[in-house]
Ligand binder design. Structure first.
Ligand code: UTP
Length: 330
């Protein structure tokens, strides 16, 4: 079965990181965001991944090809015209076949019982209960069947938000609906939306149900990325292996790549350190350090350090008299 992964976005909310690293490859809890997604999909029997790429797409293609034993097809989205447009571009990977298809957004880590969804064979959309549905696309249900999909409703018909995981029973019907959306030029905020095509499918009689997405970890902005890092590390309970940590205190949960070098530092809790990173004489908590970054002599909290970045600090030098009150700024 094929999975379509749209990863052509600019990732503007994660800048400056995403100027040079595509959002899908940003490190969280031990591996790139896309790694978490593919680790969940491949055991389901997904044998071909259709990546819709744009900004820095060659890095994503290279990562998937070198890490996963699946067929990979890359389709370029030359202009960011919306998720609906991105998914329609995958049509060339399907030829004249009509087959079921899974669509997963490239920046959403999730956990769901997809095995049951695939076995049931009917079209279904992943939903997650949220407190404030007015900020999301939401489903309106009639029994177990979806009657309507509503974008950011002022008066929400349910608290079930659409999270970015979709199973469609027929690729042919999906692409036909997307085609119609584009021919009729139906846009929201200047973009062709996947939701509009799914709504059209429902109006054309497609039976669509929902399935629960238990963990929904958005990685789209720095705050949610760090929050997702914390939740994933809590689940993993840290990898506990510290091959080259010299004179260090490690406070779990953490994820430290075997090739990272940690010297005379206190690391954790909730720290992810990627391959080739060097940390010397630092205190780091609740942070993500991407590949080959060098961090020296600093206290870091709630921070994200990009690949190959160098962050250095200094030790304060003071000569302080009795009963003084000195605060050294970080
Ligand atoms: P987002 O709306 O989060 O966009 O897209 P983005 O560009 O990645 O991030 P920001 O808003 O600029 O910070 C959700 C998913 O859909 C893909 C994105 O790559 C992301 O995985 N997408 C969206 C496309 O592939 N093409 C599009 O035209 C729109």
């Amino acid at each position: 079965m094929k999975a379509i992964l749209p990863v052509a976005g600019m990732g503007t909310r994660l800048r400056p990181l995403t100027h040079t690293t595509p959002k899908a490859l940003v490190h969280v809890a031990g591996k790139p965001i896309l790694g978490h997604i593919l680790d969940a999909l491949i055991p389901l029997g997904i044998d071909e991944v259709v990546l819709i790429v744009g900004h820095l797409g060659e890095q994503i293609e290279q990562y998937v090809r070198s890490t996963y034993p699946v067929r990979v097809r890359c389709v370029e989205q030359p202009e960011r015209l919306g998720l609906g447009h991105a998914v329609l571009l995958a049509q060339e990977a399907f030829g004249c076949e009509d087959e079921p298809v899974l669509i997963v957004l490239g920046d959403t880590i999730f956990s769901a019982d997809l095995r049951s969804v695939l076995a049931a064979k009917g079209s279904a959309i992943g939903v997650h209960e949220v407190e404030d549905p007015t900020r999301f696309g939401v489903v309106e249900l009639e029994g177990t069947r979806i009657r309507r999909l509503v974008e950011k409703p002022a008066e929400p018909p349910s608290n079930l938000a659409i999270v970015g995981v979709y199973y469609l029973a027929s690729s042919r019907r999906l692409f036909a609906a997307l085609q119609q959306i584009i021919e009729r030029d139906i846009k929201l905020k200047g973009e062709y939306q996947l939701t509009d095509a799914l709504q059209l499918l429902i109006e054309q009689g497609e039976e669509m149900t929902t399935f629960p997405v238990l963990d929904w970890l958005d990685c789209g902005n720095p705050e949610t990325l760090l929050e997702s890092n914390r939740l994933l590390l809590d689940k993993q309970k840290g990898n506990g292996q510290l091959p080259s940590a010299e004179d260090c205190i490690i406070i779990p949960p953490v994820s430290i790549a075997p090739s990272a070098r940690i010297v005379q530092s206190i690391v954790g809790p909730y720290v992810s350190i990627a391959e080739g990173v060097e940390v010397r004489q630092c205190i780091i908590r609740n942070s993500i350090v991407n590949r080959e970054a060098h961090v020296t002599n600093v206290l870091l909290s709630d921070s994200i350090i990009g690949e190959r970045a160098a962050v250095g600090g200094t030790y304060a030098q003071v000569n302080v008299g009795d009963s003084s009150d000195i605060r050294v700024a970080g």
